[in-house]
Design a protein around this ligand. Structure first.
Ligand code: SF4
Length: 514
């Protein structure tokens, strides 16, 4: 085996997966755009998403800043040295991280230390199988934390919100899948894709669910029962009205793939792997002797280049008469004038903060004056040039709900007026927004290139000891667009969409599959 060539092939696979959505996923995103109602926040989100896909294509930059836990599934001919393949992958990962194609995402689970190169115990995930063919099949998925955290496993029989009893049969499985879409709301950056594994044990069930994400969006399940189930879910999950980013709307689910395996009599698991719209999975077949790529997978059919993305964004901006410009620092009076549904554009400074920063700020002073300022839940991809200047390579929002235990207290302690993230926050934060005069702004999850473009300069950084994604970056922005989804009057779009989608979920209570 030519190891240098294999390493080059693996590097190409990693870069292509991080920066370019496969053709089948692009077509699914296009279908979502077609069914969404013009002029809504969901339509604006989809315009931002497609614009972002195009920007990532053009700049060969990560589609989303969360490049996830790289997971490789590999099939090798008998006799091929799997250790060499592992080494080639690890080297390719290190290089892709160094070049800003992957965010350093491997963190020691006990100390929180970031390895900086995406290596570490269990990272990347590499799983091998052998087969009788004479070439190597390598598939890669980059699945970020926002959607990974919305995976769910059901142990049947169980009671489900809105749907009642889910028994140990096809109809019980149907209920679990419908529930899995409901419980994800917009937090996994909907509209999303789900892989479902029926059977197995807790770990093999999840493996089977993830395995389904390696199927093409357009394939047809050869198992007749599962084909009907997939079609049912696709037809009905979009009636829940969760919509893109959970803003409400027509496009909630873009793909559903179901697989089945045996189980032991005492256990009956339904495992669901949720993937965001930024469904980054690709594959290559590799010549087992030369290490060269023979063929790319998931690349059949029409290629949607989304070149209309920018025009659609401009059109959206032009029709958004009500877009409100905010200049940071922002006064309490301005914040209290905002209400759920308003679209805002922010100019001025914002400061990133995610898990480590929120924990730190809860028992330390802030390194900068945050009075009237904006906190951005974001772990960007950053690169330093030879002159020592930092550049933002990708900077979309991260899931906000993780900061729920801290957020309200920190806003009040430091006088922060706005928090930007994705997926919304809970009752504690909502109460603090009302009491203190604050607002939660939902940015478009995964739109890492679009938001990186809004960042005009990096003015500084604090708390680098937490690693690049977790540090507090001082960003100067222009025209940073987001939607008010929680206001200072006690309103939460997230709570409203949750309530209405639960009501709709309950309409699917009656058995469908006998
Ligand atoms: S699009 Fe959203 S859920 Fe997906 S990786 Fe990016 S931030 Fe995470």
């Amino acid at each position: 085996m030519n190891i240098a060539k294999l390493q080059e092939s693996m590097y190409k696979l990693v870069v292509e997966t991080s920066t370019k959505l496969p053709k089948d996923v692009r077509r699914a995103v296009k279908r979502a755009k077609e069914i969404e109602n013009a002029g809504t926040s969901a339509a604006m989100s989809l315009a931002t998403i497609t614009n972002n896909i195009k920007m990532a294509d053009d700049q060969v930059s990560p589609i989303c800043q969360d490049t996830g836990l790289p997971t490789f599934k590999i099939k090798t001919p008998v006799g091929v040295n799997q250790l060499e393949i592992k080494e080639a992958i690890r080297n390719a990962i290190v290089l892709a991280t160094k070049e800003g194609k992957l965010r350093p995402n491997s963190v020691d689970s006990l100390t929180g230390d970031n390895s900086g190169d995406n290596l570490g115990a269990g990272v990347p995930v590499i799983k091998f199988d052998q087969w009788e063919k004479d070439y190597i099949d390598v598939r890669l998925i980059l699945k970020g934390g926002g959607c990974e955290n919305k995976n769910i496993q059901y142990s049947l029989p169980c009671e489900l919100d809105g749907l009642g009893r889910a028994g140990r049969d096809l109809d019980g499985i149907r209920k679990c899948i419908m529930h899995s879409v409901y419980q994800a709301q917009g937090q996994g950056c909907s509209a999303g894709f789900i892989g479902v594994g029926i059977g197995g044990d807790r770990s093999s069930g999840y493996d089977l669910a993830k395995e389904q994400l390696f199927r093409s969006v357009d394939d047809v399940n050869p198992n007749e029962d599962l084909r009907k189930l997939e079609e049912y879910v696709m037809e009905n999950a979009n009636k829940l009205g969760i919509g893109t980013m959970g803003f409400g709307g027509e496009a909630t689910l873009l793909g559903c793939k179901v697989g089945v395996m045996n189980r032991i009599p005492a256990s009956f698991y339904v495992s669901v792997a949720y993937n965001c719209w930024a469904f980054r999975r690709l594959g290559v077949s590799v010549n087992a002797e030369t290490g060269e790529i023979n063929e790319w997978m998931y690349q059949d059919g029409e290629f949607i280049d989304f070149s209309e993305g920018e025009a659609a964004m401009q059109e959206t901006a032009a029709t958004s008469e009500g877009v409100i410009t905010l200049q940071a620092p922002i006064s309490e009076e301005q914040i209290r004038s905002l209400k759920v549904g308003d679209v805002v554009q922010i100019n001025g400074m914002m400061y990133t903060g995610r898990d480590a920063i929120h924990k730190y700020l809860s028992d330390h002073e802030a390194p900068v004056d945050l009075n009237g300022q904006v906190i951005y839940h974001c772990g960007p991809v950053m690169l330093k040039d030879e002159a020592g200047t930092w550049h933002v390579k990708a900077a979309g929002p991260t899931t906000s709900i993780r900061e729920e235990p801290y957020q309200g207290d920190i806003m009040k302690k430091f006088g922060i007026r706005a928090v930007i993230g994705k997926g919304g926050m809970g009752p504690k934060t909502l109460a603090a927004l009302k009491e203190h005069g604050g607002v939660y702004l939902n940015a478009i999850g995964g739109a890492a290139q679009y938001y990186a473009d809004c960042i005009k300069s990096v003015e500084g950084v604090d708390l680098m000891q937490f690693g690049i994604p977790e540090a507090m970056w001082h960003l100067s922005v222009e025209g940073f667009t987001a939607v008010v989804t929680m206001d200072s009057h006690g309103n939460s779009l997230h709570a409203d969409v949750d309530k209405s989608s639960l009501e709709k979920l309950a309409t699917f209570k009656e058995p469908v599959f006998k």
